[in-house]
Design a binder for this molecule. Sequence first.
Ligand code: GLN
Length: 309
Amino acid sequence: MADLQATLDSIYADIQPRIGEGKVADYIPELAKVDPKQFGMAIVTVDGKVYRVGDADTAFSIQSISKVFMLTLALGKVGEGLWKRVGREPSGSAFNSIVQLEHESGIPRNPFINAGAIAVSDVVMAGHAPREAIGELLRFVRYLADDESITIDDKVARSETQTGYRNFALANFMRAYRNLDHPVDHVLGVYFHQCALSMTCEQLARAGLFLAARGSNPTTGHSVVSPKRARRINALMLTCGHYDGSGDFAYHVGLPGKSGVGGGIFAVAPGIASIAVWSPGLNKVGNSQLGAAALEMLAARTGWSVFGD
Ligand code: GLN
């Protein structure tokens, strides 16, 4: 993979004239302040090599990408029992949609839409005070990335708490259906802090490397989940990781991935590498416009795909 840096450089050159495209998420005031003219990308291969380009060392709000880490924690706690609380089907709706919750008795469609992630946070909170659950997630992500400098941006968490009306609606709705065991404000406190995890592309690619390497991080030697669980988390990312843009992402990129409204996308080339890309401007469904474009270029130029050569 000697020419992987050259591939990244060529992607950066093609992206550069477009930097600033898309629209920064403005429903979270703190995210609205982020300069849209940024782009970074990092790849960590399963043999531990790191490739970077652009603003790969600038920390950004990973937002919904955190749902992958929280899901991993929840599966570790309750195993397959988690699926009593949340489904595994693509939603075909916006990330913050409430409509399906009523049709499906308060059981969210999948763990990667907001309602599903709020239910997953509730599961991780069992037996914990909210701040302990947040601490557990932070420790887990630091352990995965082997990087103690990763933090949570309290300003972002506070900004979301003040303006997260839709998330309060979703959580109240689920609580009414008894699909939340803890008080709504406690669960959302955990949820908003997980979304406010602040990481660089390189940290994110390192943290998710276990999903590219049969559940173990080859750079640290840490065994995180079984190979089967890693495959299943990847399956969920492929089918549900980009909300109602999931089909389009599978079609154009062909790799499991998870987006966040901070403009990050995490993607996995199983057996090969984990990839993180960040550019704050979003497309209509709330996924990074240039991030998705860059991943499409990467898949085309390397041939990486879960669907064949
Ligand atoms: N914190 C955001 C929210 O709850 C996460 C959404 C996202 O990244 N798609 O609205």
